[in-house]
Write a protein that binds this ligand. Structure first.
Ligand code: SF4
Length: 244
């Protein structure tokens, strides 16, 4: 075990648990990707992801509740496989009118976010297009990063919302959920990468807009090419590296 600093909190990593999740989820994801393809594998992985988080030692300390939406104005990153899956979910779930409302917000947000750095995006509070009546409209298909959000005090999230320029505001979080959720996502995306798929991180609105407006994007992704020609994704460095 060793300690790491996440924001202002020092936490002790539970390496046996992290190692077990990395190994087990990686093996399951690799098998699912091989048998079902990337999108269906993600759907299977999401169920395990939620179960892992619900079983984490400090799950009951989370302040996240239905109707609490501060974090739904923060910048969110997704992988391409998630963007395509969200689009499928929206098409299967919402009426044409609702879809048009969502996509028009996606387009407007992507204009604002386009070309901004991660830090610049963090200073903009933009309502997520999937937030409606205080609820996530794509809850079952929400991004991995939304699933991993793990604040234990909503007041910190509110402060970040009210003063997005202040990067020193650091909401309290649940270390157990952070480790379990982080390891799960790292394992799934590692399996996707080793199967040859793009796993760069893209801003949510820009990725959805690119998936919507470029008919070839999904085919390029399935062919293991870079899906979004106009977007530069960010390569995410694995968080749980025992060599650290
Ligand atoms: S996808 Fe859902 S949970 Fe994530 S920011 Fe949007 S509304 Fe909130």
């Amino acid at each position: 075990m060793h300690s790491v600093n996440i924001g202002h909190m020092e936490i002790t990593l539970d390496w046996p648990l992290i190692r077990d999740i990395l190994k087990t989820e990686y093996a399951r994801a690799r098998a699912d990707i091989r048998q079902l393809g990337a999108s269906r594998a993600l759907e299977q992985s999401r169920e395990r992801h939620d179960a892992q988080i619900a079983a984490s030692v400090d799950f009951n300390t989370l302040a996240c509740r239905a109707g609490c939406t501060w974090c739904c104005y923060f910048s969110v990153d997704v992988r391409a496989v998630e963007a395509f899956s969200i689009l499928d979910f929206v098409e299967q779930t919402f009426s044409p009118q609702e879809q048009e409302r969502i996509y028009s917000e996606v387009r407007a947000n992507s204009v604002v976010f386009s070309g901004l750095s991660e830090n610049e995006r963090a200073t903009r509070n933009l309502k997520c297009p999937f937030l409606s009546d205080g609820r996530c409209g794509i809850y079952a298909a929400r991004p991995q990063s939304c699933r991993n959000y793990h604040a234990t005090d909503a007041a910190g999230c509110q402060k970040s919302f009210e003063d997005p320029q202040d990067f020193d505001i650091d909401p309290e979080f649940a270390p157990g959920v952070y480790q379990v959720g982080g390891a799960h996502v790292e394992a799934f995306n590692g399996a996707l990468e080793d199967a040859g798929y793009d796993i760069a991180a893209y801003e949510l609105n820009c990725a959805i807009n690119a998936a919507l407006s470029d008919a070839g994007a999904r085919q390029r992704f399935e062919s293991k090419l870079k899906p979004f020609l106009a977007l530069s994704g960010v390569d995410v460095v694995p968080e749980f590296d025992e060599a650290d």
